[in-house]
Design a protein around this ligand. Structure first.
Ligand code: FAD
Length: 817
């Protein structure tokens, strides 16, 4: 039998090798368009980041080596350009001399992979815009970095490869900006799980621009590239990596009349036969079935391609092997975290209208008492009717891979939570806990199914508040002080039995702790005390905080950005002893509590160097120091751990009882460029210090919020006349002084650019991204005939009550006129 294979990497090479192992006599020819075969494209990001330093590590086997080992005729620089199905022949172009020739076949295997998507944007053909698929693509990037010594890269697309590239470019010391069309990275995950990765990327100083898209690339003044984004934001970069996904390379198949599936991949049977029984296809080019939803699925992953190679070879040699669908199991390293998924996400289950329930948990990677236990964040999805495991997502620094693999097995084998709860998995303190996290997930699910643990999650909070539900935070007073859901009351778990009289029976109760476990204990107490509307907040305050925080950090490489770490004191301890405290393995607030205890034992001016493994400690420690009067001298990451130095100080006495408000409100009455600029400088500064900022634009201030080009809106005569007299948007604002016959505003913009100060437009963009509420005054809009459509995206329209409401929780209220 003569077998031809198109494509010589993951799918092609594994098919060829298995074919030979099954039969010595078949003639096998493998055509590869590129210069190398069977290489490890999954290793490309790590070679570019100098983690793998020897290029030959990626080239698993040479053409000659493959031929020697498997007696396969390997032809590189050979592109198959057409298929003649009737006469069972293919035409090949030798790309070294452009000659063409034909080869006949008995069986043909297509494994041409997927092509990186390159959108047709203005400027896309610039030689500094790269895609990453083959080793030749990799070589081009490596050469560029070596020769041009770039300082800044923009990565378009935040899928697994985009994030791997971000990490590796950051490793080389480059400033990295990521632009992603969706409002989250790793779109296969649900948003709240991706939020955990956003949090981590921000800590690593990666600029994250979400919900946005590049519309044009153009040369920048300093010699680099300027990326223009959909909503006006601009990014300067020395080069760009496009990683917005791959499209199945189906041109050959389409031209040969093979059937293409609904998602654009070659349609195949479970035996991996195409619509022509003598042609098989596999890898990134095919469309398979999703093993949970039984819908069409494209999963461009090496693990599937390699296994499919074996199936194709077996079937060509007379076997009856099948590919039974994909659970879409995937994992990526994102700096110190791993992010993994198996089965269906919640959004996919919703889209498919499949019944599901979910729970969140944050177990430790191994026994908390054994050194270096890290928290892992898990989301678990199951069918409440029959208990079938539908999917899981895990984010964490350690132990993610083995948990996702167990869960992937359950998903693929269609097993249930009842079976998962009983699984006996390897345990000793350095590796796991007696109840492994996957057992715990199943046990929580069973509790939910049996009605023992009714729960709500972060996205229900606002609706529950409207229903007048009472949020009871059952954590300690210290934890509550470090952050809580607005409006909640604090009744720590140990006090709950004594304080039942304070808890109403006629309201829905939502119990909140850090992860859901303490709340579950409190829930049992309340249920056994006659309360029947008691829910726990699944995932706890930790997940709520991350999921509801601003997800982007637009503008971190620009001059207006005030680093969040400005709450760190620069004082060097003048006196006192230095103590070490190992809080590894403790989950927040464990490290804080251990630190508080240590601080109590030492004298003023002494310093504690504390090491924690819970990433949440990084965010908690500045707030704790600020509230307690201790000085935070340093926070850094070492080997996935957070190391902080804290000097004992004294808490400043508050002058009154009750909370000091920290929010800021600004009323922007003026439409003059300098005054609007000053407003945004203050707003962005306050936002970057974690304050809630509300800007209320009224009268002339509204002009700053108008779009550059006017959309068509219906207006009455007076509104129209008034409108044409007003400046259109921030670009046209005048100065309060030094008009200089109209050149003043241009001059000031020129000076700002020279001094690397952000433009007003960039500041507005950054403010929106940082969660600053920008409110246009409804009454002034009505008076001035300004319509909603004329204002930039993301502006709220509100009355004075909205402003006054924000002002009540502010300690600073500025009127810019
Ligand atoms: P490929 O391996 O892409 O091979 C297709 C080959 O066919 C190409 O070399 C191409 O030149 C050749 N070809 C195409 N058309 C023709 C033609 N007409 N004639 C001759 N030759 C042709 N997957 C994971 O599971 N985990 C990872 O960590 C991971 N990381 C990745 C990182 C990067 C940077 C990249 C690019 C991919 C990564 N993948 C990963 C995906 C994985 O590499 C692919 O899913 C897998 O290689 C697909 O195998 P394939 O045989 O379908 O296609």
């Amino acid at each position: 039998m003569k077998i031809l294979i198109v494509g010589g990497v993951a799918g092609g090479a594994s098919t060829a090798a298995r074919l030979r192992r099954l039969d010595e006599k078949n003639e096998i020819i493998m055509f590869e368009r590129g210069e190398e075969i069977s290489y490890a494209n999954c290793g490309i990001p790590y070679y570019l980041g100098d983690v793998i330093t020897d290029r030959t590590q990626l080239t698993i086997v040479s053409k000659e080596g493959f031929n020697k080992q498997f007696n396969v005729d390997v032809r590189i620089k050979s592109e198959v350009i057409s298929i003649d199905r009737k006469n069972k022949k293919v035409k090949i172009k030798d790309t070294s001399n452009n000659n063409t020739y034909e080869e006949s076949y008995d069986k043909l295997v297509l494994s041409p992979g997927g092509t990186p998507i390159r959108p047709q944007l203005q400027g896309i053909n610039d030689s500094r815009i790269f895609t990453i698929r083959t080793l030749s693509d990799m070589d081009l990037v490596k050469k560029f970095i070596k020769e041009k010594n770039p300082k800044k890269v923009a990565i378009i697309g935040a899928g697994f490869i985009g994030l791997e590239m971000a990490e590796n470019m950051h490793r080389l010391g480059l400033m990295v900006s990521i632009v992603e069309l969706a409002d989250q990275v790793l779109n296969v995950l649900d948003a709240e799980m991706a939020a955990l990765i956003h949090d981590h990327l921000k800590v690593k100083n990666i600029e994250l621009v979400l919900n946005n898209a590049v519309t044009e690339f153009k040369p920048a003044a300093g010699g680099g590239l300027k990326l223009l984004l959909k909503d006006g934001y601009e990014i300067d970069a020395d080069f760009v990596i496009l990683s917005i996904g791959v499209r199945p390379e189906t041109a050959l198949a389409k031209e040969a009349g093979l059937e293409i599936g609904s998602l654009g991949g070659i349609k195949v049977t479970p035996e991996l036969k195409t619509s022509d029984p003598d042609i098989f296809a596999l890898g990134d080019v095919i469309e398979t079935r999703d093993s949970v939803c039984d819908c069409a699925s494209l999963v461009p992953l090496a693990n599937a391609a390699n296994k499919q190679g074996r199936i194709v070879a077996d079937n060509i040699c007379g076997g009856k092997a099948t590919y039974d669908g994909t659970p879409g199991t995937a994992i990526a390293k994102v700096f110190d975290m791993a992010a993994a998924i198996t089965g269906s996400s919640e959004k996919l289950l919703k889209k498919r209208k499949l019944p599901y329930s979910k729970c969140y948990l944050t177990p430790s990677s191994h026994a908390g008492y054994y050194p270096d236990a890290f928290p892992i964040y898990m989301k678990f999805l199951y069918n409440p009717a029959d208990g079938r495991v539908l999917g899981a997502q895990i984010v964490g620094p350690e132990g993610v891979d083995k948990r996702i693999d167990v869960l992937s097995t359950m998903v693929q084998l269609h097993r249930t939570v009842y079976e998962l709860a009983k699984l006996e998995l390897a345990y000793a303190p350095p590796f796991s806990s007696a109840k492994d996290p996957v057992n715990l997930a199943a046990m929580i699910a069973i509790n939910q199914i049996q009605g023992r643990n009714p729960s709500v999650s972060f996205e229900d909070v606002e609706a529950l508040k409207k229903e007048n539900a009472l949020f009871i935070d059952v954590r300690s007073g210290l934890e509550f002080e470090l952050g809580h859901i607005a409006g909640s009351v604090n009744i720590p778990l140990p006090e709950i039995r004594k304080r039942l009289s304070e808890i109403p029976k006629d309201r829905k109760l939502v119990l909140v702790c850090n992860q859901g476990k303490t709340a579950y204990f409190a829930q049992s107490i309340l249920k056994n005390s006659g309360y029947d509307k008691v829910f726990d907040l699944s995932g706890g305050f930790k997940l709520y905080k991350v999921a509801t925080a601003p997800q982007q950090n637009v503008g971190i490489f620009q001059s207006h950005y005030i680093d969040k770490r400005d709450d760190i004191q620069t004082v060097i301890p003048g006196r006192g002893k230095i103590y070490q405290l190992d809080a590894g393995g403790l989950q927040c607030p464990g490290p804080i509590m251990a630190l508080a205890k240590k601080i109590n034992e030492i004298s003023d001016g002494d310093v504690v160097e504390v090491i924690a493994t819970d990433p949440g400690f990084r965010n908690d420690i500045p707030s704790w120091c600020a509230t307690t009067g201790n000085k935070l001298l340093q926070v850094e990451e070492r080997d996935k751990k957070i190391v902080a130095k804290v000097q004992k100080g004294k808490r400043e006495e508050k002058s009154f009882n009750g909370e000091i408000p920290h929010d800021k409100t600004l009323v922007v009455f003026s439409g003059e460029l300098d005054k609007v600029l000053a407003s945004f400088v203050i707003a962005n500064g306050a936002a970057s210090m974690g304050r809630k900022v509300t800007m209320f634009f009224t009268f002339w201030g509204l002009n700053a919020l108008k779009k550059k080009t006017s959309p068509k809106v219906k207006k009455g005569f007076f509104d129209f006349m008034f409108g044409i007299m007003l400046p259109r948007g921030s670009w046209r604002l005048k100065l309060s002084q030094m008009q200089m016959f109209g050149i003043g505003p241009k001059l000031i913009r020129f000076i700002m650019k020279r001094k690397n100060i952000d433009s007003l437009e960039a500041m507005i963009f950054a403010a929106k991204a940082a969660g600053v509420r920008i409110i246009a005054c409804q009454m002034s809009m009505d008076m001035m005939g300004i319509k909603k459509e004329e204002l930039m995206e993301g502006i709220e329209i509100g009355g004075v009550a909205v402003y006054l409401n924000s002002a009540e929780s502010s300690d600073t209220n500025l009127f810019i006129s």
